[in-house]
Design a protein around this ligand. Structure first.
Ligand SMILES: CC(C)(COP(=O)(O)OP(=O)(O)OC[C@H]1O[C@@H](n2cnc3c(N)ncnc32)[C@H](O)[C@@H]1OP(=O)(O)O)[C@@H](O)C(=O)NCCC(=O)NCCS
Length: 208
């Protein structure tokens, strides 16, 4: 059972700030702060990380823009978009993960997850993803959560499948970057399918 909390977190400068905190077995998912700029930028800076992103996404301007967007989302009322920092218990940022409402009337949301390369292959994305998907169905009242990723991004596809998503189809050559066309794949999970997943009850986050 998920225990999302609005908790007080100490920022790097010693201030205490109020933010959403979701705790899983090994991770803490929390709202971003501007202080996270350097750590977040560093995570996105490796060539492997950038493989399936457009060239401009590698810039520091893009990192600043993303961080600003996540923090703006956190302050929207009512809040409908969540992209949380994925951190280790030491508060070291290892990535981000989120669910965003894309249609309020039809209870649709999109899912996205990214980790710094040093943290791949450890099950962290799966753990963070499960927590966010649980949040999307339980707290945000979503009916369907989908992910769209570059079709060649095998790790992202496998993550979505491990989270229980089923492939809906391929959008052929709908993205252009790095001097070539890329196809994307859409995968989704319905609330009714998620409810039936046995692993659903094994998440045991503890409140902070
Ligand atoms: C997509 C991305 C988040 C996937 O990360 P990941 O580390 O492969 O995903 P997971 O956390 O689920 O780890 C998977 C592997 O960890 C291993 N693992 C180790 N310990 C584990 C544990 N305790 N629990 C589960 N898996 C574990 C498993 O072998 C698993 O491999 P498998 O899928 O072959 O079974 C990562 O590749 C990434 O950040 N890429 C760059 C950004 C990006 O492209 N994001 C997608 C945009 S749409």
């Amino acid at each position: 059972m998920l225990h999302p909390r609005r908790g007080l977190i100490r920022a790097l400068d010693g201030r205490k700030v109020r933010m959403l905190v979701i705790r899983t077995q090994r991770l803490i998912l929390r709202d971003f702060q501007y202080d996270d700029f350097q750590a977040y930028g560093k995570l996105r800076s490796t060539l492997h990380f950038q493989r399936f992103y457009p060239e401009e996404d590698a810039s520091l301007e893009k990192v600043e823009q993303l961080l600003g967007m996540f923090i703006t989302w956190a302050n929207e009322q009512p809040r409908q978009r969540f992209q949380l920092a994925v951190t280790l218990p030491s508060d070291k940022i290892i990535g981000s993960c989120g669910v965003r409402v894309t249609s309020e009337s039809e209870h649709q949301g999109s899912f996205g997850c990214e980790l710094g390369q040093a943290y791949w292959g450890m099950g962290y994305a799966y753990e963070a993803g499960r927590a966010m998907i649980e949040y999307g169905f339980r707290e945000m009242g979503l009916h369907r959560i989908y992910a769209e990723t570059i079709a060649e991004n095998e790790m992202a596809r496998r993550l979505a499948q491990k989270l229980g998503m089923r492939e809906e189809g391929i959008l052929r050559e709908n993205r252009w970057f790095k001097d070539r066309w890329w196809s994307t794949v859409v995968l989704s999970l319905l609330e009714s399918e998620w409810m039936l997943m046995p692993s659903n009850n094994s998440l045991n986050p503890t409140p902070r």
